[in-house]
Design a protein around this ligand. Structure first.
Ligand code: NAD
Length: 436
C-alpha cells in the first residue's frame, strides 16, 4: 500500500461517513472527517455522536482523543496528505424520484480541487449506474482516479456490518486505484469484486431493490393469507427454508422505509425510464409498499369497530426500524398522519427518534415513557419493533389502557400472552385473535 494511503479523508459525516471514518480509524488509519453542516460538526468536534448508532459515540471519543480521527469543516485541510478520499454525502430523492446528485458533484469537485497528487477519490454514496463514468467523462475530478465503492451497512448494526462485510465491491477504469481502495478493507477478509464503475453502482441498486421487492412480495402474500386464512409466519418459514429463497426479508409487516430502500427503488426506476425502459417490478414494489400502510390504517380502524373519530391511540415506535433514530420515509409518519386525519388523537413514543419527530408530527403527543403512552388508549398500535416494546410489562399495560386492543404492524408481539391478558390481537397476514 502506498504510504499515504495510511491517511484517509471521508467527506460527509452521516450514517455512512461517520461509521466508515470511525471504523477505518479503529483499524489503524489516520482519518480526516469532513462535515459541512455546522451543528453536526460542532457536536462531532465535542465528541458527541450526532446520530443514534449503538457503540459509535464511545469509539468516536476514544479515536478523537488518540489523535487518529480528526474532524473538520474545511475540505482543503481534510484531504491534505490523504491517499484515499471517500465521498459519503447524501443522495436524497429529487421531486421526480431521481437521485439528487448535487452533493456528490460538489464534494467530488471540491475534493479534486484540493487533494494531493496521486490520491484516489472513491464514492461510497449510492449513485445511479453510470454516474461515476459520467463524472469521469465530464472531467469533474481531472487528474484523479474516480472509483465507485458502494456501502452495504445497515443502520442499527452499522459497526458490526462495517467489520463483517459480506463483500467489498469497487469499480472503476483504473485497476490499481480500485485495488488501493479495496486494500483499506483487506483486514476484514471479505470477498472482493473489482469491476467497472457502472457495474459496481448497479450491484448496490440491484441489492437494495431486490430486498425491497422481497418485502413487498411477502406483504402481498400476507394479504392473500388474510383473505384465505393462511398464516404468513408459517408460510415465510416454509418458503425461507428453501435455500433458493432464503428467510431474510420475508417478514410481513408495515413494509420498508428509511433513507435507502424507498429512494433507491424510485431512483433505479427513474434511471431505467431515462434509458427508455419501464421497470414494472419496481413500480409494483413502491405501490405495494404504500398500499401496505393504507391497509394497516384500515386494520386499525376496523379493530376499533369502523371509526377512529375521537379515539385515543398509542403508537409504539417512530424510527423506520429499531436501533436507529432515522425517520426518513418512516412508515410511522405516514400511518400517524392517516390516523389523525381519520379523527384519532395519537400519543406516540420511541426510544431514539422523539427529537427528530417533534417538528414532523405537530398534532401528535410525544412522550418518552411507553407506559405514559398507552395510558387510557383505545388501542395500542405497534409500528417499530424495538425490543423494549416486546419486553413491556403487558400486564401493567392491560391495567392502564381504556380498551384491550393491540394492532401489531410488525408481527413481533407475543400473541398468546396478549390474548391471555384479555387483549384482542390484530397483526399482518394472520387471523385476528380474540381474548381467551
Ligand atoms: N444510511 C444508510 O444506512 C446507508 C447505507 C448504505 C448507503 N447509504 C448511502 O450513503 C450515502 C450517505 O447516506 P447517509 O445516510 O450517511 O446520509 P446523511 O444525510 O446522514 O449524511 C450525509 C452527510 O454529508 C454531509 N455533507 C453533504 N455535503 C457535504 C460536503 N460537500 N462536505 C462535507 N460534508 C457534506 C451532510 O451534511 C451530512 O451530514 C447516501 O447516498 C445513501 O444512499 C446509506
Amino acid at each position: 500500500m502506498p504510504p499515504h494511503d495510511e491517511v484517509v479523508c471521508v467527506v460527509g459525516a452521516g450514517y455512512v461517513g461517520l461509521v466508515t471514518g470511525v471504523c477505518l480509524a479503529e483499524s489503524g488509519r489516520t482519518v480526516h472527517l469532513v462535515e459541512i453542516e455546522p451543528r453536526r460538526l460542532e457536536r462531532l468536534s465535542a465528541g458527541r455522536c450526532p446520530i443514534h448508532e449503538p457503540g459509535l459515540e464511545e469509539m468516536l471519543q476514544r479515536l478523537l482523543a488518540a489523535g487518529r480521527l480528526h474532524v473538520t469543516g474545511d475540505i482543503a485541510a481534510g484531504v491534505r496528505d490523504a491517499g484515499v478520499v471517500m465521498i459519503a454525502v447524501g443522495t436524497p430523492p429529487a421531486e421526480d424520484g431521481e437521485a439528487d446528485l448535487s452533493q456528490v458533484h460538489e464534494a467530488v469537485a471540491s475534493a479534486a480541487a484540493n487533494a494531493d497528487r496521486g490520491a484516489v477519490i472513491a464514492v461510497k454514496s449510492t449513485i445511479p449506474p453510470g454516474t461515476t463514468a459520467s463524472m469521469v467523462a465530464s472531467r469533474l475530478a481531472p487528474g484523479f482516479p474516480l472509483v465507485s465503492c458502494p456501502e452495504f451497512l445497515r443502520e442499527g448494526s452499522a459497526i458490526h456490518d462495517f467489520n463483517h462485510p459480506t463483500r467489498i465491491v469497487v469499480g472503476g477504469d483504473d485497476r490499481a486505484a480500485c485495488e488501493r481502495v479495496a486494500a483499506l478493507f483487506g483486514h476484514l477478509g471479505a470477498p472482493v469484486i473489482i469491476t467497472d464503475s457502472t457495474s459496481s453502482e448497479m450491484v448496490k441498486y440491484g441489492t437494495n431493490t431486490f430486498l425491497a421487492l422481497k418485502i413487498s412480495f411477502i406483504n402481498e402474500i400476507a394479504h392473500l393469507c388474510e383473505l384465505t386464512g393462511a398464516e404468513v409466519g408459517a408460510v415465510a418459514d416454509g418458503m425461507g427454508l428453501d435455500p433458493r429463497v432464503g428467510r431474510a426479508f420475508l417478514d410481513a409487516g408495515l413494509g420498508f422505509g428509511g433513507s435507502c430502500f424507498p429512494k433507491d427503488v424510485r431512483a433505479l426506476e427513474a434511471a431505467a425510464a431515462e434509458h427508455g425502459h419501464s421497470f414494472w417490478m419496481l413500480k409494483s414494489a413502491i405501490e405495494v409498499n404504500l398500499m401496505q400502510r393504507r391497509r394497516f390504517v384500515t386494520k386499525v380502524r376496523e379493530a376499533l369497530g369502523g371509526s377512529l373519530d375521537g379515539r385515543r391511540l398509542a403508537v409504539l415506535g417512530l424510527a423506520f426500524k429499531p436501533g436507529t433514530d432515522d425517520l426518513r420515509q418512516a412508515p410511522a409518519l405516514d400511518v400517524i398522519r392517516h390516523l389523525e386525519r381519520m379523527g384519532a388523537a395519537v400519543t406516540a413514543t420511541d426510544p431514539a427518534a422523539l427529537e427528530g419527530a417533534a417538528p414532523m408530527l405537530p398534532d401528535t403527543t410525544l412522550v418518552t415513557d411507553a407506559y405514559d403512552c398507552v395510558r387510557g388508549a383505545d388501542a395500542v398500535v405497534l409500528v417499530t419493533e424495538w425490543p423494549c416494546f416486546r419486553q413491556l410489562d403487558w400486564r401493567r399495560v392491560a391495567g392502564s389502557v381504556a380498551q384491550r386492543i393491540v394492532v401489531d404492524g410488525r408481527n413481533c408481539l407475543d400473541a398468546a400472552l396478549l390474548t391471555g391478558l384479555g387483549f384482542a390481537y390484530h397483526s399482518v397476514g394472520r387471523r385476528a385473535l380474540l381474548p381467551d
